[in-house]
Each structure stands twice: as structure tokens, then as C-alpha cells.
Design a protein around this ligand. Structure first.
Ligand SMILES: [Zn+2]
Length: 440
């Protein structure tokens, strides 16, 4: 599932002479000392510049530079054969070099800068051919989701157990049996980030072939509409009562829901864990079983989905507060490998990673633009995805990721792989800069 498509737009060759076009209007330059002329000129301007400039600097060198940067950036002039550099600061504007270069390459410039010497050819420090959308958010190895059906009274207590562990759960509710005064607790839980999912209007057995198309619509879509009307949030996922359904019912559920919870996905890494005593001998045995399933999911880089009901005597085959706490304590050992989130959030990520593509554009030899594109439903793929890329960055340097408006994007590097978040449709620029440049 390789998603990187690398399209080098402009790779600037070494131009004889210095042709700096750093910042456009409003730019300022801090020149390095000892400029001798031969070098690479790279310019990144805020705004859109397209054009070629030819210049002769006062040091007697002449050269040509092409500037086709679109978007943000600070301009940088890199001189391969000298220690000098020209760093332009921002500024929108047009190219202003026409025969005369702003750079005076006479070797008498003051100030030093090393920004150009860190990674003069970015593609040698960052392997853009291996740029990917991570399997799971934050480059985690596996995912886990916790779902609880039927909307029992202890749902609030369950939610708070998960909140204490920094986790959000999914509650599949049956809107047809919720009383007028029963909606406020679901509104509260939704407000805390838990997912309120659709468990049908009246909890029928969906294998029943007697159910007409109209009844299926009322049970599935009607329930979705009622929940949306009451909570102001449209349920994104559906769970069939008893895990039972006909093909016809499944089709209806898939029409308006991002995902349908199932016991099996045909994915070997998928583990559906029953948080009840009906599928095991006792609670202690069930805990051992579900923890082992979590081990398997993490090992396989898969998805662990728990399915429970109420707790502490409430609801069908309930587990206990202690059971949940013990499981969460066990799961904590995997915190660096496991992304735990609602069923909807993990479902959406899994869907979108197959539809969204990461594209790389190299407007210059020191900057890359990464863009998430592809054919996807923007209403579904509207959460940030994690982009990973292998890096080999010189010591004392760091990979800087910025949005189009110049906002720094948190970028982690672990075991030779850099990763950062990017929303489908959005674009960031990547540069390798001296580490001191990013610390304030
Ligand atoms: Zn149920």
C-alpha cells in the first residue's frame, strides 16, 4: 500500500554565480562571509513566484536561477562552495532580480549562518520515495476500541473509568427505548468525547426476513435520525443487536454509517473481545482471554475491539469496575504501541488510509511539500492522518514541518522515521534546519 508519489517539480542546478531571490519584498538577508561565487540559489517566497532571474553579482559571477515556489517559506540561498548564505525572511512579493543580484559576492559580507549546510539536498536526508500514511494514528502499531451496547444506566460509570485512563469509549444506544429525560446523559457523554453509536430503534433480530425494507429503514436510518435530532450529532457507526443480520440489513446499515461493528472483519489482526461472562467461564477467565486477545492484536499490528454491556450487576452479562480497571492497567503496557480511540475514529482512519494518498512536491532542493490528496469523502476523512517518512538527518539538525500559514507542525523522529499529522486536503512544507533554529 505504497502511497507516496514523488514528483520533483524543480530541482535547481548549480548556477554559476549568485542569484539570490530570498524574500521578495520585505525580505532581509544575513549574508555569510567568504562568498566566492559558485553556488546553488534557492528561493522560497511567500506568495507565488514564477520566473527566472539572471544576475551578475559584484563579485564578478553570473548565474541563473529559477524560482517557482508556491506557498510559504523563507527564502534561502545556498552556496555550495562557500560558507556564506543568504536567508531571506518571509515577505510576499514578486521576483525582483533582473540582471542584478541583491547578493554581493565580494567576500566581505558579515554574519554567519549554517542553514544551508545542513542538508543541501533534502532528498538525501529524507527518503521521500518511502513516504507513507501510517497504518494507525501517531504511527502506533495497533489500535483498540471499547464498545458497550444497549445504553445501560452504568454507562456513565463505565465512561468515567475510561476517562481516568485517558480513553474514550463507544456506546451503542437504542433510541426507541430512551425516555424524554434519558437523553441528557448521552449528551454529556458525547460532550466528553465518547462516541454515541446506533444500535437500532428497537433492538430486533435483523436476520428476520419478515422485516420489510420500510422497517429496516425505520430501525436503522430512523434511529440514526432520532439520535441526531436529540443529540445534535449524527451517529457514525452502527452495531447490530446480537451481532446478527441479513445481507439486506447490512446493506442498509452501510448506506448512511461510516462503519458497522462486526465480530469478524476477515482481517487476521482483528480481535473481537467479549466483555461479558456469557462467553467465558467466569470474570477471571474472561479477563485472561481478553488480555491475551489484546496481546495478539498488538503483535499482529491489528485492531482489538471490545464488546460489553453494563457493569457491576447492571444489564446483560455485566463485567465489573474491577474487571475494566484491571484490563486497562494491563493495556497500559502497550501505550507506546497502541492507539486507543472510539470505534468511529479508528474505523475512519482505516477507511481513509486506503483512499487518501500522500504526494510530495520538491519545489527546491532544500524544501519539500507534502500534500494529502486522493479520492475520498471529505465528510469521512476529515481527521488528521499520520504521515511517516524515513530520515537520516545530520546531528545538530532537525526536520521542520510547517503548514501553509507558517504554523509549526509537531514532528517526531523515532528509530530513523519521522512522523507528523496532516489532514486530508492540507499541505505542509518540510525543511531540515539547524536544531537551534527551532528551539526558542
Ligand atoms: Zn444489544
Amino acid at each position: 500500500m505504497l502511497r507516496a508519489s514523488v514528483v520533483p517539480v524543480v530541482v535547481l542546478g548549480a548556477a554559476l554565480g549568485l542569484t539570490a531571490c530570498g524574500g521578495g519584498s520585505g525580505g532581509s538577508a544575513a549574508d555569510g562571509s567568504g562568498l566566492t561565487g559558485t553556488g546553488i540559489s534557492v528561493a522560497g517566497n511567500l506568495g507565488t513566484n514564477a520566473g527566472a532571474s539572471t544576475g551578475t553579482d559584484t563579485g564578478g559571477n553570473s548565474g541563473t536561477a529559477t524560482d517557482t515556489n508556491v506557498g510559504p517559506g523563507t527564502g534561502t540561498t545556498s552556496n555550495a562552495d562557500s560558507s556564506g548564505s543568504d536567508t531571506g525572511q518571509g515577505g510576499s512579493g514578486s521576483e525582483s532580480n533582473a540582471g542584478t543580484d541583491a547578493e554581493t559576492g565580494n567576500g566581505s559580507n558579515e554574519g554567519t549562518s549554517t542553514s544551508d549546510t545542513v542538508c543541501p539536498d533534502l532528498s538525501r536526508c529524507v527518503d521521500f520515495t518511502a513516504l507513507r500514511i501510517a497504518k494507525y494514528k501517531d504511527n502506533k502499531r495497533a489500535a483498540a476500541s471499547y464498545t458497550f451496547d444497549d445504553g445501560y444506566a452504568t454507562s456513565t460509570a463505565i465512561a468515567s473509568i475510561f476517562e481516568k485512563a485517558g480513553v474514550r469509549a463507544t456506546f451503542y444506544i437504542i433510541p426507541g427505548i430512551i425516555r424524554a429525560d434519558g437523553w441528557s446523559m448521552w449528551k454529556t457523554l458525547a460532550g466528553k468525547g465518547h462516541e454515541i453509536g446506533n444500535h437500532s430503534m428497537t433492538h430486533p433480530d435483523f436476520r428476520n426476513t419478515v422485516l420489510s425494507d420500510q422497517q429496516l429503514d425505520a430501525e436503522i436510518n430512523g434511529a440514526q435520525r432520532l439520535i441526531e435530532q436529540k443529540l445534535g450529532i449524527r451517529p457514525q457507526t452502527f452495531a447490530f443487536p446480537y451481532h446478527l443480520y441479513s445481507d439486506r440489513a447490512l446493506k442498509v446499515a452501510q448506506q448512511n454509517h461510516v462503519a458497522v461493528r462486526k465480530m469478524n472483519l476477515g482481517d487476521p489482526g482483528y480481535q473481537f473481545a467479549f466483555f461479558d461472562t456469557d462467553h467465558g467461564t467466569d470474570l477471571a477467565g474472561t479477563l485472561v482471554t481478553v488480555n491475551r486477545q489484546l496481546d495478539e492484536a498488538v503483535k499482529a499490528g491489528g485492531w482489538f475491539v471490545a464488546g460489553g454491556h453494563g457493569i457491576d450487576g447492571d444489564g446483560w452479562s455485566p463485567v465489573t469496575t474491577e474487571f475494566l480497571q484491571k484490563h486497562l492497567a494491563y493495556a497500559a503496557q502497550y501505550s507506546s504501541a497502541l492507539w486507543t480511540d472510539t470505534f468511529a475514529n479508528v474505523s475512519r482512519y482505516r477507511l481513509c488510509r486506503d483512499m487518501v494518498k500522500a504526494e510530495v512536491l520538491l519545489p527546491s532542493s532544500t524544501q519539500a511539500n507534502v500534500h494529502l490528496t486522493g479520492t475520498y469523502d471529505p465528510a469521512v476523512c476529515n481527521a488528521p492522518m499520520t504521515v511517516t517518512v524515513p530520515v537520516s538527518i545530520p546531528s545538530g539538525a532537525t526536520l521542520r514541518t510547517k503548514t501553509v500559514d507558517g504554523t509549526e507542525v509537531a514532528t517526531s523522529v523515532s528509530a530513523g522515521t519521522a512522523f507528523f499529522s496532516l489532514r486530508p486536503g492540507d499541505k505542509v512544507s518540510l525543511q531540515v534546519v539547524p536544531a537551534t533554529k527551532t528551539t526558542r
